[in-house]
Design a protein around this ligand. Structure first.
Ligand code: G1P
Length: 293
């Protein structure tokens, strides 16, 4: 496989499930402990070796661009006050100069359309796609595991992260059909977006991490509508699977669907409990809340 250098982050969604919190603030900027959701996902991509970060944004999303820039006045003040730790956190979190690109999805036509909006910035090379709604808690992240698995597979292959879900939840996701195993991955035989539980080909849902070949853009360009009247990435992937190999990977790590309130709150608890500086005091608070001695 050609080296994977670029990643797309679709961040144009309206975040209606978190209103009124997301009336003036993008949902991707909601904090999990003390870092915005989008920072975790960008970090996962950097950790996997991604060099160029492409954000597909929309109106009201300008602060995402500001977040991935220097904040000169803030740095100056922190410097004057000798706040070394905060300064080093800010500089650690910042992608290098010239490694971010922003383009706009002008109309909310679906995930497939958002990905297609990044076609000129990606060009003719494979790319990663990370949905910021999904956090994967694992020391190496999910994308690095997918790259490892992709190395063991044939050249021009596509690979997507999947996980098991209870049957009554599959209709909120894309669902794959399972074929022969190959190394740590398995061949995907079918993909259906938001199926009724009875029509789901398995209980394996698409988790929000993808490595895709650039031929997907030609298929997305047809702009055919699928589930919910939206241009669905899953439908274009199914079409691509007729000419290219497609694999699924059951990765290691715990996922949080931060597109839902409960998933987002659970992520806050889990990430706080994983922080040495916060966990002891936080654990004590939780015990009090739960009425435990
Ligand atoms: C999107 C994809 C779906 C995938 C999900 C993961 O759906 O279309 O296949 O399972 O993300 O979070 P959305 O959450 O945008 O409805």
């Amino acid at each position: 496989m050609k080296p994977l250098r670029k990643a797309i982050f679709p961040v144009a969604g309206l975040g209606t499930r978190f209103l009124p919190a997301t009336k003036a603030m993008p949902k991707e900027m909601l904090p999990v402990v003390d870092r915005p959701l989008i920072q975790y996902v960008v970090d996962e991509a950097r950790q996997a070796g991604i060099e160029h970060f492409i954000f597909v944004t929309g109106r009201n999303k300008n602060i995402i661009e500001d977040h991935f820039d220097r904040q000169f006045e803030l740095e100056l003040t922190l410097n004057e006050r000798g706040r070394r730790e905060e300064l080093s956190t800010l500089s650690r979190d910042l992608p290098g100069p010239g490694t971010t690109s922003f383009t706009r999805q002008q109309s909310p036509l679906g995930l497939g359309h958002a990905v297609w909006c990044a076609r000129e910035l990606v060009g003719n090379e494979p790319f990663a796609l990370l949905l910021p709604d999904v956090l994967v808690q694992h020391p190496r992240g999910c994308l690095a595991q997918m790259i490892d698995a992709a190395r063991e597979l044939d050249g021009a292959s596509n690979i997507i992260a999947v996980e098991e879900a209870p049957k009554d939840r599959v209709s909120s996701y894309g669902v794959v059909g399972v074929g022969a195993s190959k190394g740590k991955a398995f061949a995907i035989t079918q993909m259906v977006e938001k199926p009724k539980p009875a029509d789901a080909p398995s209980n394996l849902i698409i988790t929000g991490r993808y490595i895709l070949q650039p031929e997907i853009f030609g298929l997305l360009a047809k702009q055919e509508r699928g589930a919910g009247g939206e241009i669905q990435l899953t439908d274009a992937m199914l079409a691509l699977q007729r000419t290219q190999s497609f694999y699924g990977l059951k990765f290691e790590g715990r996922t949080f669907d931060c597109g839902s309130k409960v998933g987002f709150l659970a992520a806050n608890v889990a990430y706080a409990l994983a922080r040495d500086d916060i966990a002891p005091a936080f654990r004590a608070e939780i015990k009090k809340l739960l009425g435990e001695p």
